[in-house]
Design a protein around this ligand. Structure first.
Ligand code: AMP
Ligand code: MG
Length: 351
């Protein structure tokens, strides 16, 4: 199959993508979080093609993307909860997915057999036009399963060339990390995955919410993942990632020491750091992420992909404070590192 790349902001490209979707096909499209790989949410055979193209495990559900609130009632069982309206008012269109009881019109293929469905209204204009023209679109991130999510059309092409007919190129994604996932079927609401809308912001809007324990640590052996995607190794480059936390200069010193040790052992080392810290790493290989949590989150997945491109085997990353978008950054980086973390403030050898 030939994979075509078209300008997402060209109405003819949107019409072509919508025609492919209505015909039971799949297309990749930009959103403000990451690129999605979409099929019509009401077509189970089309949705199956997403799982095939991504090699995605069948028990990992998809998010249904809508372009207007009136697309929601047919997708959910009963009346949508009040909290949904409050959160939609505040954060939609935007990087927030809400889990609600699903109606029977949403096929098992979308929800991986769960009796709930995750719904989001993206803010990217091209994504909204496509959904308006084609109908609700079920879409996970457009990467091959296990790889970092794509934040440019080139990332999608790298993973999907020859596997899908069309990629809509909308430029780099504004947020660069996947949406916040909040489960409105539990009381209080539970944040299963942090993203562009912070737990604090959600609590301000609906009064109470909890952050699921699995956000900043690995799942225990007998623990059931409430958000099935969270149990898979994810976002991970080929090399081993180590996170280093603590005071800025101590972090840099510890990273330099570990990097030098790895290089002495014959490994290709690389460092992920805030741009302002460049001088602390001398002539070592550093991928700068910019400054501040939003910029660094925006760059994280692209940087993890580049680690594979340069063949990095020992990767050391500075930690961010786990609040606001920094919580999402630390969740993704943590999972890329299997939560392997060194505390630079602690005595040598202690985690
Ligand atoms: P992706 O967009 O590739 O990150 O995939 C969507 C993610 O949303 C999945 O990996 C799940 O973790 C989460 N998700 C989607 N639907 C549900 C649901 N009904 N219940 C819990 N988590 C969900
Ligand atoms: Mg994904």
């Amino acid at each position: 199959m030939q994979t075509e790349v078209l300008d997402a902001y060209d109405p003819e490209a949107i019409a072509k993508a919508a025609a492919i979707l209505k015909d039971g096909g799949i297309v990749a499209f930009p959103t403000e979080t990451v690129y999605g790989l979409g099929a019509l949410a009401t077509n189970p055979d089309a949705v199956k093609k997403i799982f095939e193209a991504k090699d995605r495990p069948g028990d990992n559900p998809l998010i249904v993307h809508v372009a207007a609130l009136d697309m929601i009632p047919p997708l959910v069982e009963g009346t949508p909860p009040l909290d949904m309206n409050l959160l939609a008012d505040e954060y939609w269109p935007g990087p927030l997915s809400m889990i609600m009881p699903r109606s029977r019109r949403v096929p098992d293929e979308v929800t991986a057999g769960l009796d709930t469905v995750a719904i989001r209204m993206p803010s990217n204009i091209a994504a909204l036009s496509l959904i308006k023209e084609a109908g609700p679109i079920a879409a996970p991130s457009a990467n091959r399963s296990g790889r970092p999510s794509p934040t440019t059309a080139k990332h999608v092409l790298d993973d999907m060339d020859g596997r899908i007919p069309l990629i809509l190129d909308g430029g780099p994604c504004r947020v660069g990390l996947e949406s916040t996932v909040v489960d409105l079927t539990s009381t209080p609401a539970r944040i299963l995955r942090p993203g562009g809308v912070s737990p604090e912001a959600i609590m301000r809007t609906i009064g109470e919410a909890e952050v699921d324990g699995s956000v900043l640590r690995p799942l225990g052996e007998d623990e059931v993942a409430r958000s099935p995607g969270m149990k898979y190794r994810h976002y991970a480059p080929e090399g081993q990632v180590t996170i280093v936390k603590g005071a800025r200069k101590r972090v840099a010193a510890r990273i330099c020491a570990m990097y030098d040790e790895a290089v002495k052992a014959g490994l290709k080392g690389a460092i992920l750091a805030a741009s302002g810290n460049r001088a602390l790493y001398g002539d070592r290989t550093v991928r700068l992420l910019g400054n501040g949590a939003a910029e660094q989150s925006h760059e994280l997945f692209a940087a993890l992909r580049e680690m594979d491109d340069i063949g990095a085997q020992a990767i050391f990353s500075e930690a961010l404070e786990a609040k606001d978008i920094g919580l999402a950054f630390m969740n993704r980086l943590g999972r890329a590192a299997s939560f392997r973390t060194v505390d630079a403030n602690a005595k040598e050898g202690k985690a």
